[in-house]
Design a protein around this ligand. Structure first.
Ligand code: JD8
Length: 273
């Protein structure tokens, strides 16, 4: 997979060289290209922002540098899907991560200030699928941290990135957002010593009785889910798919009564959604 990132803070992506994703990049499982938007800020001040039409606080990112940058980056590799982090974007989910992990190429556009002039996404949609995606209901100062989150969630699902000991399928949200764990979050985990500061590891985990261990782990995951994620617990209880609007079966239309994603030919319906 190739991932291009356009940003005014290229140094923000040093972390892509370390840990799991760093090793995947060294092996060539993922090819990262980080581009400084200012390379396409061609006016005398190399400015990338300007005051907002209609007034209001802050600055808005100018369309021209983005138009030039996206043209150049899109042309520098095969067909790509453009992903634009935005607090008003569609929720990023495990299922969306699994869908993106099946894409040959992603381009991430990192906004800053009050955001990017809206015509940039409109214009890009005339040439490629574009998703505006949010990583959560809180406000960041820019798209860069969201891209770090998404590249890790996507990268670890690529073949060979997770060591064979680890398998995404056991993950809380079940690897591709499907499967038995799709609605449960992890229960507690333990390692040696058996007793630490007077606290014992649950004996069942040392019993060797794999059926009992699996039951204990499922029950404790349920307990944690009910405590921390009553929304997911309610969906489990109602036998609904883990993620609202999510089809019960990959690629099938959303379940009756579930809002399917409005998708147009150019408005990319994020894969897996
Ligand atoms: C992109 C600019 C900052 C946002 C004025 C603060 C994602 N889950 C998320 N929260 N925030 C973002 C995000 C924030 C961004 C940009 C993503 C580009 N900002 C703006 C609007 C209010 N400032 C995000 N994914």
């Amino acid at each position: 997979m190739r991932i291009d990132i356009i940003t005014i803070f290229p140094e923000y992506f040093g972390p892509l060289e370390v840990s799991l994703i760093g090793k995947a990049a060294q092996r060539g499982d993922i090819v990262f290209r980080v581009h400084d938007l200012r390379n396409w800020a061609l006016d005398v001040h190399h400015s990338v922002d300007d005051t907002p039409y209609g007034g209001g606080p802050g600055m808005v990112m100018k369309p021209e540098p983005w138009g030039e940058a996206l043209d150049a980056v899109a042309a520098a590799g095969g067909p790509a899907r453009l992903v634009v982090p935005s607090p008003s974007g569609r929720p990023f989910t495990q299922r969306m991560a699994a869908g993106y992990a099946r894409e040959p190429r992603l381009v991430f556009a990192c906004g800053r200030y009050e955001g990017i002039d809206a015509r940039v996404v409109e214009d890009a949609r005339s040439r490629m699928p574009v998703d505006e995606v949010s990583i959560g209901d809180y406000v960041l100062a820019g798209g860069e941290p969201a891209v770090l989150v998404m590249t890790e969630a996507i990268g670890r699902l690529l073949p060979g990135v997770l060591g064979n000991a680890q398998s995404a399928a056991d993950d809380s949200f079940g690897g591709d957002g499907e499967g038995p764990m799709a609605a449960l979050i992890e229960g507690p985990v333990y390692t040696r010593p058996r007793v630490w500061r007077g606290r014992e590891v649950p004996p069942v985990l040392l019993s060797g009785d794999h059926a009992a261990i699996a039951r204990w782990r499922h029950d404790s995951a349920l307990r944690v889910t009910a405590a921390n994620r009553p929304d997911l617990a309610a969906r489990i209880a109602a036998g609904q798919p883990a993620v609202p609007g999510q089809a019960a079966v990959p690629g099938q239309p959303a379940a009756p009564g579930q809002a399917a994603a409005p998708g147009s030919a150019t408005r990319g319906t994020p894969p897996g959604e």
